[in-house]
Design a protein around this ligand. Structure first.
Ligand code: SAM
Length: 286
């Protein structure tokens, strides 16, 4: 019998990945962590039985959760990352040279340490960058207490189970809003729409009370099983969601960032939402 990892995110369905080699497995103060090798996806990290990221498809998620808000904003200098312990978002955000400071609030130091050691291609040295202020703390508590302000907030959290649960609550989103500078944008990891519709409905219900413009954008990441992943979008500047293609192209060219997934056309197209998700959103608006 092959050694297999079986994901425990859903009751009625599970994906399994063969384990060729386990690099690390232990329970941290907050969650069970395993990092293993799979012949198809390379090195894989799972937290509390849920696939978080893999070497082969992480670029899609990290490029889309980072470059869409930063290039839409156009003048972001201060970034807040909530979660993101594998360092993929941090790596992508640091590629924007106009960004001066990145605060990253990750609850589990063991995730950072083990990802630096066993998933080095994710952070690629980003945790050593002087622009980073790494805070090991609960993101919900941080946003309730800090006086710092940010242009873009990226919530790269686990699912709303265990330590991640507080990052899907109204209080957390409201506090994030209070930390945004004028024209600031928040984006969130918001689950696979087809498999986790309640995550979209919940975030929509909260965001519609907090932001003048709230929406979702999509990208499909193979190991987040079940179709398009939704990214929550909240801002008081509705223009950010309607940047014309020529402007996006100019900003992308100016950034000199080479990507594997993101491009201005994909950026614009990611906000085109299929009917069943639009109905989820409209059914949850206040
Ligand atoms: N890409 C993944 C996904 O889409 O599910 C997320 C990856 S990242 C590893 C998720 C991170 O969120 C983990 O490192 C976890 O420790 C962190 N996290 C969970 N709850 C948190 C909280 N309340 N405050 C800060 N970080 C938290």
């Amino acid at each position: 019998m092959k050694n297999q990892f079986e994901e425990t995110l859903y009751d009625a369905h599970a994906q399994t990945l063969n384990i060729e080699e386990v690099y690390f497995e232990d329970k941290s103060e907050h969650q069970h962590i395993i990092i293993f090798h799979n012949s198809k996806f390379g090195r894989v990290m799972a937290l509390d039985g849920v696939v978080q990221t893999t070497e082969k498809d992480e670029f899609i998620y990290h490029e889309m959760l980072t470059h869409v808000p930063i290039l839409a904003h156009g003048a972001a200098e201060n970034i807040l990352i909530i979660g993101g312990g594998d360092g993929g978002i941090l790596r992508e955000a640091l590629r924007h040279t106009k960004i001066n400071n990145i605060t990253m609030v990750e609850i589990d130091e063991a995730v950072v340490d083990m990802c630096v050691k066993y998933l080095p291609n994710h952070s690629q040295g980003a945790f050593d960058n002087s622009k980073l202020n790494l805070v090991i703390a609960d993101g919900a508590r941080f946003v309730a207490e800090t006086k710092d302000k940010f242009d873009v907030i990226i919530v790269d959290s686990t699912d709303p189970i265990g330590p991640g649960e507080v990052l899907f609550q109204f209080e957390f989103y409201k506090n994030c809003k209070s930390l945004l500078n004028k024209d600031g944008i928040i984006v969130t990891q918001n689950g696979v729409a087809f498999m986790q519709p309640d995550e979209i409905k919940n975030t929509q219900k909260c965001f519609s009370k907090i932001f003048k413009d709230n929406y979702f954008y999509l990208a499909s990441i193979p190991t987040y099983f079940g179709g398009d992943m939704a990214f929550g979008w909240g801002t008081d500047n509705a223009q950010h969601r309607h940047i014309d293609l020529d402007t996006l192209k100019a900003r992308f060219k100016d950034s000199e960032i080479k990507t594997k997934y993101y491009n201005p056309e994909i950026h614009q197209g990611s906000f085109a939402i299929p009917q069943y998700i639009l109905e989820l959103i409209s059914s949850s608006s206040t």
